[in-house]
Design a protein around this ligand. Structure first.
Ligand SMILES: NC(=O)C1=CN([C@@H]2O[C@H](COP(=O)(O)OP(=O)(O)OC[C@H]3O[C@@H](n4cnc5c(N)ncnc54)[C@H](OP(=O)(O)O)[C@@H]3O)[C@@H](O)[C@H]2O)C=CC1
Ligand SMILES: O=C(O)[C@@H]1CCC=N1
Length: 274
């Protein structure tokens, strides 16, 4: 990474830790990262790795070029309002990873006229296999866009969207997406056990198959639908499984789940954005 801005993660929970872990594994200097939370002892491991830890959000904001808001959406208004004065004084780039909280609300809570990126990351950022959607408000400079992209690319794929509502679609695909794959893995492990494998063997085979399928899809020049057809021998075993999944509505189930996810992001914007 050519430039290494100082980052302050406001909230050092699951998502922030995944991004911080990915950054550190990728060589980002721990001394350039601040993490905040409600209790210092919960962040002792981060301090041990060389990060700055504090319960004082304003101190972290004052030290940072980029402030990453990573608290739960339900408390974001209170947290943002409590740091508005130092944000206005210091003018860092603000990056919010909160699902369903609009730029408009954040701008208001932080005192107006701020450079703001909304980012929808996912937890595989921890192993540098993350996927993030990014949206910038007009106040974000070209340099700040580049800095944000560099930070998020250090944890995996980072894609810009040009309309804010598309972040709800990103949430439905990749923000929440790891949970869908984990559920499929859980189901495959359970079914493998039921068919007689040990839990350990079912787990190893399931995870390696997920990895192999994802890597193959990434490297292939044909779409996943064609790769799927290539596994299905006519009147063979896979065909029976796929026919059963389709007859029982798997594509519609996934469509419904992702629609519910996106709807929830929109509802959160209304509920929490005032
Ligand atoms: N988890 C995921 O897969 C994804 C999450 N997100 C977004 O990331 C954000 C965080 O989610 P997630 O990491 O799962 O949640 P967590 O609950 O794991 O993390 C939130 C953290 O915020 C801390 N916190 C609470 N109050 C304050 C405060 N006043 N000042 C500073 N820190 C505080 C909490 O610390 P303490 O425990 O001490 O209270 C906690 O560690 C959410 O907005 C979510 O929408 C986005 C994409 C994916
Ligand atoms: O479930 C949530 O609300 C967060 C946002 C995307 C993934 N986790």
């Amino acid at each position: 990474m050519s430039t290494q801005p100082t980052l302050a993660f406001i909230g050092a929970g699951n998502m922030a830790r995944a991004i911080m872990g990915g950054l550190i594994s990728n060589g980002y200097p721990a001394a350039n990262i601040w993490a905040t939370g409600t209790q210092l002892d919960k962040m002792a491991d981060l301090k041990q790795q060389g990060l700055h830890t504090t319960t004082d959000n304003n101190a972290a904001v004052a030290a940072a070029d980029i402030v990453i808001l990573a608290v739960k959406p339900q408390i974001l208004k209170t947290v943002a309002q409590s740091m508005a004065a130092v944000v206005q004084q210091h003018q860092p780039l603000i990056v919010s990873v909160a699902a369903g909280i609009l730029c408009h609300s954040l701008e208001q809570w932080l005192g107006g006229n701020i450079a703001l990126v909304r980012c929808m990351p996912n937890t595989p950022s921890l192993v540098q296999q993350g996927a993030s959607g990014l949206y910038a408000n007009p106040q974000v400079s070209a340099t700040q866009r580049q800095q944000t992209e560099q930070v998020m690319q250090a944890t995996g794929l980072a894609l810009w969207v040009d309309k804010e509502p598309l972040l709800d679609a990103v949430t439905a695909v990749s923000g929440s997406g790891p949970a869908y794959y984990f559920l499929i893995m859980e189901s495959m492990i359970a079914a493998g056990e039921k068919l007689g494998l040990s839990r350990e063997a079912a787990q190893q085979l399931t995870i390696q198959t997920a990895l192999g399928a994802a890597d193959m899809a990434r490297q292939s020049d044909v779409e996943p639908a064609e790769l799927r057809r290539r596994v299905c021998s006519p009147n063979g075993t896979t065909e029976q499984a796929i026919k059963t999944f389709i007859a029982q509505g798997l594509p519609e189930i996934i469509d419904n789940g992702m629609q519910a996810c996106s709807n929830r992001a929109q509802a959160m914007a209304e509920e929490l954005g005032k």
